[in-house]
Write a protein of this length. Structure first.
Length: 324
């Protein structure tokens, strides 16, 4: 009898110590899921996370709580997920900076391939090539010609060193032969202020940050960077239509989970994330920002992500972009 009591006591201690006794047998998810967004509240990524998270919560039957961890181009938030328990209760919703960081930073606190499992590509989005309205060029082709008469004299803004708009402009410079000076800002809002004022002459803007300013006439849009025209601004020609076939710069929203998460948990998250991408609320919300819902499977996103890593590594090397 004494032996039985001590066994029960030991089992109880083990249980109460972890608090996971009941949860261990419960199917995933049996408690709230934390969705880490490595950017500030109110930005494009945050908006997508909240919309997708709400739909995922409905599908999974558990709350999805958005946790904003901004800083260092998404690296701080990504590191939090890389270090999280591999149980599926912490997910990362991030952008293309996840594939750019390994190309530009000398040292990262994680390995982008080994420390994460791609869950789903939620959506892709184009950028808009914008200039101040008082600049002579009215089209992208005219801008390229104008810039070539002033090598090293024009500057372009970006939302930060090593950001998607920064590397995207490096890609465009390489393809067109323009030589401009990069001026990094802390976020798109600050960059837009100087762009409107004419202190900088161009920028790759996302629709979310730029569409109101474009419609208000404070910025002039010259081209969209996707292969097809955007439903958000159907009159705007693509870079390809502007004389540069095959030139495309896409941003994206994707979901990752910590490496080592059980495959069946990843599959459940992947299915919910993919379904959330095509839900009417998410489609309506991100469509207005020029984003195109994808909702891929994990393996599809894995292939896409690896291709992105390769592409940005080549761009960073060619442009000699390195950050500490």
């Amino acid at each position: 009898m004494h032996h039985l009591i001590s066994k029960l006591a030991a089992a109880f201690c083990l249980c109460s110590g972890t608090g996971l006794c009941a949860a261990a047998d419960a199917p995933f998810p049996s408690r709230p899921i934390r969705m880490v967004v490595p950017f500030s509240a109110g930005g494009g990524t945050d908006v997508v996370a909240r919309e997708a998270g709400q739909k995922m919560a409905e599908l999974l039957g558990q709350p999805v709580v958005v946790d904003n961890r901004p800083g260092a181009n998404g690296i701080i938030g990504a590191e939090a997920v890389a270090r999280a328990a591999p149980d599926g209760y912490t997910v990362l919703l991030t952008i293309a900076s996840q594939s750019i960081a390994p190309a530009v930073y000398k040292k990262l606190p994680y390995d982008s391939l080994k420390d994460f499992i791609p869950v789903s590509l939620i959506a892709t989005y184009p950028y808009v090539f914008v200039t101040p309205p008082n600049l002579p060029p009215k089209t992208f082709r005219e801008f390229v010609a104008y810039a070539k008469t002033k090598p090293g004299q024009l500057s372009y803004a970006s939302s930060g060193n090593g950001s998607g708009p920064h590397l995207g402009m490096e890609l465009i410079e390489g393809a067109t032969g323009m030589q401009m000076v990069h001026v990094p800002y802390k976020g798109a809002a600050n960059a837009n202020g100087d762009l409107i004022g004419g202190q900088v002459q161009a920028m790759l803007n996302n629709f979310l940050a730029g569409i109101t300013l474009i419609k208000g006439g404070q910025l002039r849009a010259l081209a969209v960077t996707s292969a097809k025209r955007s439903t958000a601004m159907p009159d705007l020609p693509t870079l390809a239509e502007s004389g540069y076939p095959g030139l495309e710069v896409l941003g994206w929203y994707g979901m990752f989970v910590t490496a080592g998460t059980p495959p069946e948990v990843v599959a459940k998250l992947s299915e919910a994330a993919a379904k959330s991408a095509s839900s009417p609320g998410v489609v309506a919300r991100i469509g207005g920002d020029g984003a195109i819902p994808v909702g891929s499977s994990g393996p599809e996103f894995n292939r896409f992500f690896r291709a992105e890593l390769t592409k940005w590594a080549a761009v960073a090397k060619k442009a000699n972009v390195t950050l500490d």
